[in-house]
Design a protein around this ligand. Structure first.
Ligand SMILES: [Zn+2]
Length: 700
């Protein structure tokens, strides 16, 4: 029996009492919890061992249910800490979290590599005491796959070598990331001549001057300088976008694309070692190459399916990108500059911005008064009611919160509660992680007494807080972000699956998980939805139709170049992990340049060593998975197209299609294969036609 159920951190069920969870409690209770779960797992292994020896039939409740209980205890407690670490960060909490993390990871590894558990799961699959339904079969298959990919099936020296290589890969990816960080940090350029910063917006000048002050120029100011340029995104992007001084753009661009490619920060040798080790690891596990291993747990069937999709997008984007480049040249020409004849990579962003302004004259900041948060929420909830027949009502004060800004809502269908969620909308730079995300507070599952636990989601945004009398006035981008995260939240909350391992977003393939979120984003530009929420917060004026049109057309601006860029990254990643070997006689960089010949309209310059800074695939989790961005976009665009096909103004049809989306994509979660779920909604497999059309890339 648990020693510690009175601790607010170890309660393990219900909504957490956030304010009671302190760094001291983390230090004191997490080791207790880990010890207890460790012991429970040892006991379970013991029990399974004797059951396996007797070679009898195994039941789900003998293996999966105890594992689920262990997993849920850990998820609940560690989940609260990770959540607070993201939204109420303090140095003390961060330290307490970091101190426990290695032990949490160690427990996860022990579970994931247990040979006894693996044998029991195999036996459960082959000799279940009663037939497993398809959801349970799928849960079991993915559990077995994940254990197999952790090397549970290897023995003796093979396993030792596998584990050593895994550790080496982890160290290499940390070094890779550190090299990029250091190379980014080390390069700076001090500007003292105001002519050089001409064109830069005030906000950028301020951040360059602040950087100069931090580096010792106590007197630096936005107006008089000096200004310290750097390669981090907040300083690099404005220079490339706005600096009229072409040679400044060139210098900064050359420095940026050659990051981590020289001296002791050179990532090139790491890249070769990482690719070699990954190939070895994959082959040890019986795969041909790393891409095959990566795709084994994804929706995409195999490498050729991904190649085929990327080729469809490439073929559509390439001519568009060529045309867009010509338009940029024409724009430069109109401005009477010599650059027009020899447009270089450091000119593209700059002239794109000029052309964008000329064409759309769209000032995103000026639209904020039309998007006050309360109205946007009404619009979003109204849409959910139309499409999914759910009623969302505020329930502030009914749940413990971690900050005064946090709100709580109930979700009901036909009067019955089905879920709830927290919304933490505003940025708090001192204590809240940047970006936006959805996370699970509670997942849908049944207690041992059969009672149902309803899902609760965390929806976290970082939008502009209210100032004075005014409510939070959102940029259109912030509106899209809120809809995006709410899409993830809907999949978590509207699930009808009772098995926690497959409810909501659990067990949903990685390249399919952005389907509901990107799907919801599409509605921001739907006429009914947009006009339903966009009216001036003071005088109630609707957003002028001209602005709506600008928002729509700016969405496809330079879509050819943008799509091609993503295709280039995705294809490079995929082929490095499926085709490249040292025996080819090409370095990874040369290999990438071959791919660039058909996936860029402007050849990479010799210093461009993009791979040396491609952290997504060498320092993050995207290896042989970068294509997922586009893959999920195909699904979400095609799903939205189902509504376009019935007519967005045909209310009955829209509602019926929405109900079908709810009953398939949102409800089935990870209980069925994503291709099957998509077919159940769309009546056919996904097509890239809608994405190509929405991006304005269809052949003229
Ligand atoms: Zn997302």
């Amino acid at each position: 029996m648990s020693t510690s159920t009175s601790s607010p951190l170890l309660k393990g069920h219900g909504l957490p009492s956030y304010e009671q969870i302190t760094p001291e409690l983390v230090r004191q209770d997490i080791p207790l919890l880990l010890k207890e779960l460790e012991q429970q797992f040892t006991d379970l292994e013991q029990a399974l061992r004797s059951r396996l020896d007797s070679d009898s039939f195994l039941g789900w409740e003998e293996v999966m249910q105890p594992m689920q209980r262990i997993g849920e205890r850990l998820r609940w407690s560690w989940g609260v800490i990770s959540h607070l670490n993201g939204v109420c960060n303090t140095p003390e909490l961060r330290d307490a979290h970091a101190a426990q993390q290695p032990d949490v990871v160690r427990l996860g590894n022990r579970l994931g590599q247990s040979k006894v558990l693996h044998r029991a799961l195999c036996q459960l699959r082959d000799q279940p005491s009663e037939p497993l339904n398809s959801t349970r079969q799928r849960i079991l298959e993915s559990e077995l796959l994940s254990m197999q990919q952790r090397g549970v099936g290897l023995d003796g020296e093979h396993q030792t070598a596998f584990n050593q290589a895994s550790e080496r890969l982890a160290a290499l990816s940390t070094s890779f990331g550190n090299h990029v960080l250091d190379a980014t940090r080390q390069w700076t350029l001090k500007l003292t001549d105001p002519k050089q910063v001409k064109g830069l917006p005030q906000r950028a000048l301020e951040s360059l001057a602040a950087a100069a002050r931090e580096a010792g120029d106590a007197e630096a100011s936005a107006e008089k300088g000096p200004w310290l340029v750097g390669l981090d995104m907040p300083r690099y992007i404005p220079v490339l976008t706005h600096a009229d001084d072409r040679s400044l753009r060139e210098t900064v661009y050359r420095a940026h694309v050659s990051r981590a490619s020289q001296g002791n920060l050179d990532n090139a040798p790491l890249i070769e070692e990482i690719l070699g080790l990954r190939r070895d690891q994959a082959q040890r596990l019986g795969y041909g190459h790393w891409a095959e291993l990566s795709l084994a747990s994804k929706m995409a069937e195999d490498v050729s399916a991904v190649e085929a999709l990327l080729e469809e997008l490439r073929a559509a984007a390439y001519p568009a990108a060529e045309k867009e480049l010509e338009e940029l040249k024409a724009c430069a020409q109109r401005h009477g500059t010599a650059e027009a004849d020899s447009l270089a990579p450091w000119d593209v962003t700059y002239w794109s911005e000029k052309l964008r302004r000329e064409r759309f004259d769209l000032d995103q900041e000026a639209l904020r008064p039309w998007f006050p948060l309360p109205q946007v929420l009404d619009g979003l909830f109204g849409l959910c009611s139309r499409l999914f027949d759910v009623e969302i009502t505020p329930a502030d004060g009914e749940a413990p919160v971690w900050h005064n800004d946090v709100r709580f809502f109930h979700v009901r269908r036909g009067g019955e509660p089905i879920a709830a969620f927290y919304l933490d909308p505003f940025s708090r730079s001192a204590s809240k992680r940047g970006g936006a995300w959805m996370d699970e507070c509670l997942g849908r599952h049944r207690n041992s007494d059969g009672s149902l636990v309803l899902p609760v989601a965390y929806l976290i945004c970082n939008q502009t807080p209210p100032v004075g009398e005014a409510p939070s006035l959102m940029s259109f981008e912030e509106v899209e972000t809120l809809f995006h995260e709410f899409g993830h939240g809907l999949q978590h909350m509207l699930t009808t699956v009772d098995e926690p391992e497959a409810a909501g977003i659990s067990n949903v393939e990685w390249d399919a998980v952005e389907l509901p979120s990107q799907f919801m984003e599409n509605w921001c530009l739907d006429q009914n939805t947009l006009m339903g929420m966009a009216s001036h917060w003071q005088n109630g004026e609707p957003l002028p139709q001209a602005e709506v049109e600008k928002l729509r057309s700016s969405r496809t601006f330079n879509a050819g170049l943008a799509t091609l860029r993503q295709v280039h990254f995705a294809l490079t990643d995929l082929r490095l992990h499926s085709q490249w070997t040292p025996q080819l006689g090409l370095t990874p960089d040369q290999f990438r340049r071959d791919i660039a010949s058909t996936t860029t309209v402007m050849e990479p310059i010799p210093e461009d060593r993009f791979l040396c800074a491609f952290g997504h695939i060498f320092a993050g989790g995207y290896s042989a998975g970068y294509y997922s961005y586009k893959w999920a976009e195909v699904l979400s665009a095609d799903a939205y197209a189902a509504f376009e096909e019935v007519g967005l103004d045909q209310e009955d049809q829209v509602r019926a299609t929405g109900a079908r989306f709810r009953d398939t994509v949102l409800s089935l979660g990870g209980s069925r294969a994503p291709t099957e779920v998509f077919k159940a909604f769309r009546g056919r497999v996904a097509s890239s036609e809608a994405l190509i059309r929405h991006s304005g890339l269809q052949a003229a």
